[in-house]
Design a protein around this ligand. Structure first.
Ligand SMILES: [Zn+2]
Ligand SMILES: [Zn+2]
Length: 342
């Protein structure tokens, strides 16, 4: 039996390496993927936090931002062949519950995901149902394709609030997700894009990427600065942190839209409800987007966006924990795990 040496999530922030069998085709709809690389996500940091800020099943392989090549397919798989490059849409939805039947696939009551409930992609091989895989052109560089899943969350979330050419956008949080929002809004024709973060390192990456304005709320009065720059306030504000709604509503213009994207389950920020009502703000909760995958493939294949600019470090599979630490400490922006190198 072929085996692979892989990091296993042991609960309480622990990763331990074990020899595991290389997965085999089991169901007719299974696909075996040779994983080339897998990005470390904020979700992985949350899974590995103590106490955890995201649930995951102990004894599984985590990782869901994988890109790889089809190695073998089950007898019932159509449209995918060995040699095809694929990316992972990690949500596993039932298609049968009341939410699935209403088209709210992200609210499936039987929702689970690859890399949190079942084995994920921090491994040389992954077995996944065909429904969770999307074919992507080999012309998309591996490192850009590795952003399929986080980019899909952004594609799904920008769809929530109307945006017109020239609209000013403010984004709180200049981590990988905030900067993917910034790239997406630039393509959507935003006027001024303002990103804010308390990390000078992240702000410098934002500036290197050509963002118009990068502000540090520890150094400037953020609401004042945004109003000075935009006169009325931002047309659209994104909270990519998860506890910044109080600030976000101060950055929006009257009648503006706020997208709440970040997830911080342990935080309870105070909100000034009066501001929302008095200034006619629209607040959108946006959890990973509704069926955003086809458009995300099209966007990546268009090559009009190069998310791999955000990769600051690459680590072999044997150094997953070090990669996680690089992101947690804020010393790295996006860390890519190269799963084929040990
Ligand atoms: Zn992710
Ligand atoms: Zn469902």
């Amino acid at each position: 039996m072929q085996t692979m040496f892989v990091p296993i999530f042991k609960g309480e922030g622990r990763l331990e390496y074990e020899e595991r069998p290389v997965p085999q085709i089991d169901q007719p709809t299974d696909v075996l993927v040779k994983i080339e690389a897998c990005g470390i996500c904020g979700t992985d940091l949350n899974i590995l936090a103590v106490p955890p800020a995201h649930k995951a099943t102990p004894n599984i392989i985590i990782g869901h931002e994988g890109v790889g090549v089809v190695e073998a397919v089950g007898s019932g798989v159509t449209g995918l062949r060995p040699g095809d490059r694929v990316v992972i849409a990690p949500r596993l939805t039932c298609g049968q519950c009341k939410y699935c039947r209403r088209g709210l696939d992200n609210q499936c009551t039987n929702y689970s995901t690859i890399g949190t409930a079942i084995d994920g992609a921090f491994a040389p091989y992954l077995r996944a149902p065909q429904s969770a895989l999307y074919k992507i052109s080999a012309s998309v560089p591996r490192d850009d394709a590795a952003f399929f899943e986080p980019l899909s969350c952004v594609v799904g979330s920008v769809a929530r609030a109307p945006i017109q050419a020239g609209d000013n956008v403010a984004i709180i949080g200049a981590g990988p997700m905030g900067l993917l929002f910034a790239q997406a809004y630039r393509l959507l024709g935003a006027g001024r894009i303002i990103v804010a973060d308390v990390s000078p390192y992240r702000l410098s990456v934002a500036e290197e990427m050509g963002m118009d304005v990068a502000l540090n709320p520890a150094q400037v009065d953020l609401p004042q600065a945004v109003h000075d720059l935009t006169e009325l306030g931002a047309d659209v504000v994104v909270d990519a942190v998860g506890n910044q709604m109080g600030t976000a509503i101060k950055l929006a213009r009257r009648g503006g839209h706020v997208i709440l994207f970040g997830l911080r389950p342990h935080d309870n920020p105070p909100i000034n409800q009066y501001t929302i009502t008095r200034y006619d703000l629209t607040i959108h909760g946006a959890f990973v987007g509704l069926n955003p995958f086809e458009q995300t493939i099209q966007l990546l294949e268009s090559r009009r966006l190069q998310p791999s600019q955000l990769i600051t470090h690459r680590v072999p599979l044997s150094q997953l924990a070090q990669g996680v630490e690089l992101m947690r400490s804020g010393k790295g922006m996006k860390v890519l795990v190269e799963t084929s190198s040990q």
